[in-house]
Design a protein around this ligand. Structure first.
Ligand SMILES: Nc1nc2c(ncn2[C@@H]2O[C@H](COP(=O)(O)OP(=O)(O)OP(=O)(O)O)[C@@H](O)[C@H]2O)c(=O)[nH]1
Ligand SMILES: [Mg+2]
Ligand SMILES: [Zn+2]
Length: 298
């Protein structure tokens, strides 16, 4: 019996699709694992024992580096956060929230700015803030320009051997980007008018597709809820690396970096070492968190 390692890409009522280097297998879980209550998740890297050319048994789950609950998916490596510089206009608060969500879930954020053909002085200023952050950042105008081809080659390399999810508000160009990466029609691109009134089913399970050889993209409905807030208030600061890096120097160990004296974070904002819009997002998210907490006890 041959043993392989593969990626679980789909779960259909206890039958798992597992993608190995050589083939895709339809798998059941070995009985003993079920007794141990060891549930296999989409995104798990597993060992399988082949039964024939397309059926196998999952014998072991490799250690996970993270796991999301809604939808249940394991081992997301990175998230491609797509933002259009215009149409819809750039939303820095949303982008900062998504970056925070990635960091708190140990997922590397990759920033993709689309519709550069529509850039304005205002969007250039907003973009400059993100260029100063320590994340990979790509820009594109989705034309045939040589530059865009190079960017696509770079992003394909970045996706190699990893499982990536794609987030961003409606209309920013996620499907357009995925089709460009795939080099074929991978998912439908809808005009704005087509998008209106579309019923959305958010309770679907996560599914992973191989968009380009060895580039796995996870469709994780509901993960990137656009109003995400972490369970604990202190975690918000952890999602802003430039705040997290300085908060040990604040006078109060429980400083919220808003009205407290001798706050290293506010000092850094005044000295323009922290970009004001990023700090503004942080303050807004903390206020939102407090508001949500108040609602809970009302
Ligand atoms: N001008 C310009 N338009 C673009 C660019 N990228 C995508 N678009 C257009 O933006 C519109 C929305 O693109 P989609 O790829 O469907 O956006 P989406 O993020 O998948 O949207 P949802 O599926 O609703 O979440 C389409 O009309 C695209 O043709 C770009 O770089 N420049
Ligand atoms: Mg789409
Ligand atoms: Zn502080």
């Amino acid at each position: 019996m041959s043993e392989w390692q593969g990626l679980v890409t789909k779960n259909q009522n206890g039958y798992y699709s597992v993608r190995t280097e050589r083939a895709e297998y339809l798998c059941k879980v070995r009985g003993k694992m079920k007794q141990d209550n060891n549930r296999v998740l989409v995104g798990d890297w597993v060992r399988i024992a082949a039964i024939d050319s397309d059926r196998a048994v999952i014998t072991e789950i490799c250690p996970r580096h993270n796991r999301l609950l809604r939808p249940p998916v394991a081992n997301l490596d990175q998230a491609l956060l797509v933002t259009s510089v215009a149409s819809p206009p750039m939303n820095p608060l949303l982008l900062d929230r998504l970056i925070m969500m990635c960091i708190l879930n140990r997922i590397s954020p990759i920033l993709w700015f689309s519709k550069m053909d529509l850039q304005t002085p205002q969007s250039d200023k907003e973009l400059a803030v993100y260029k100063s952050l320590p994340y990979r950042i790509y820009t594109s105008d989705n034309s045939d320009k040589e530059e865009n081809q190079q960017t696509l080659a770079a992003i394909r390399e970045q996706l190699q051997g990893k499982v990536t999810t794609v987030c961003g508000q409606s209309g920013v160009g996620k499907s357009t980007l995925l089709n460009a990466i795939a080099g074929r029609e991978w998912c439908p691109v809808q005009s704005v008018s087509q998008r209106i009134g579309r019923g959305k089913n958010t309770t679907r399970h996560a599914v992973i597709g191989e968009i380009y050889p060895s580039c796995y993209v996870a469709d994780t409905p509901g993960f990137a809820s656009l109003d995400y807030l972490p369970p604990r208030k202190e975690e918000i600061a952890s999602g802003f690396h430039e705040i997290a890096a300085r908060q040990d120097k604040c006078r109060f160990h429980d400083c919220t970096h808003r009205h407290e004296p001798q706050c290293a974070v506010k000092n850094a904002v005044d000295a323009q070492e922290i970009a004001a819009p990023r700090y503004q997002s942080y303050v807004t998210l903390v206020a939102e968190w407090e508001e949500r907490e108040k609602e809970r006890f009302r």
